[in-house]
Design a protein around this ligand. Sequence first.
Ligand SMILES: Nc1ncnc2c1ncn2[C@@H]1O[C@H](COP(=O)(O)OP(=O)(O)O)[C@@H](O)[C@H]1O
Ligand SMILES: N[C@@H](CCOP(=O)(O)O)C(=O)O
Length: 300
Amino acid sequence: MIRVQVPATTANLGPGFDCLGMALELYNVVEFSKIHHGLVIEIEGEGSGELPRDQKNLVYRAARRVFEKTGYDPGGLRIKLSNNIPLGRGLGSSASAVVGGIIAAGMMSGASLSRREILGLACSMEGHPDNVAPAILGGLVIYTSVDGEINWLKIDLPAGLKVVAAVPDFPVNTREARENLPHMVTLRDAVFNISRAALLVAALQKGDFNLLGTAMDDRIHQPYRSGLIPGYKKVVSAARLAGARGVAVSGAGPTIIAMADGNYKLIAEVMKETFRESGVSARSIILDPNPVGARALEVI
Ligand SMILES: Nc1ncnc2c1ncn2[C@@H]1O[C@H](COP(=O)(O)OP(=O)(O)O)[C@@H](O)[C@H]1O
Ligand SMILES: N[C@@H](CCOP(=O)(O)O)C(=O)O
């Protein structure tokens, strides 16, 4: 039996659209074991009532890509999914499914897939790198991909930094949210984002939390997505007033994340309460950054 734990991720962090992401201490666990024949998928936790239990399941589809690549035939396969990452909320549930399927299938095949191979395969399935990269590597990951040439750098995060995630009870489909973004940006807005993305990485590396308020601003995707999140502006203001250092839409939303180095419980409470005042039922989760990324729990 093979068990792989994969963390949730928060992508973009404001200005780093499709190139910055952070792993978080919230996990899905994927378990693969051989059976005589057929495919059996068991799901508990998040998505247990809606995720497919057949060949359409994303974890299985990712695994099949590896089996095809390695030429391994698993015969019968039992997949058990224990999910804690909410679906379609901007916390990288699909990346976690893809990465879990790839790593578990690689282990089952006896193939020693390199990190580069796992990253390449996961990116090609997910369509953007900023969730799968930190899900695999942990920490804060800066990722570039030009004409198939990939490069990345992982940065360990400073002690005391936590992410407060206010998670509304409605989903946003990432693929649809991406289709609604304009394909062109002005030079002015490009400079706005480049400067902040650079500032954000340096501020996080140095532990200079004072800069996060400015550094997490964005003009490329949030202006088009925040309108889909009722109460967005009020939740951002309330989080800042309660002590959050920087606030942004997590991935494609609708979750809003606040980076903080204290007042975590107060920030969590005011974000949830402000959502409620705007007619949105939400839960707040206080999360540490995850430093290691996906890992095998046991192989029997
Ligand atoms: N644990 C899982 N197992 C299988 N498929 C999953 C799992 N989690 C997410 N998915 C797939 O990913 C979709 C959500 O992906 P997406 O819209 O990108 O949202 P998110 O921001 O959570 O990644 C789900 O509708 C489902 O198809
Ligand atoms: N860069 C992507 C990130 C999507 O993250 P998700 O967790 O919402 O899937 C985007 O902004 O579309």
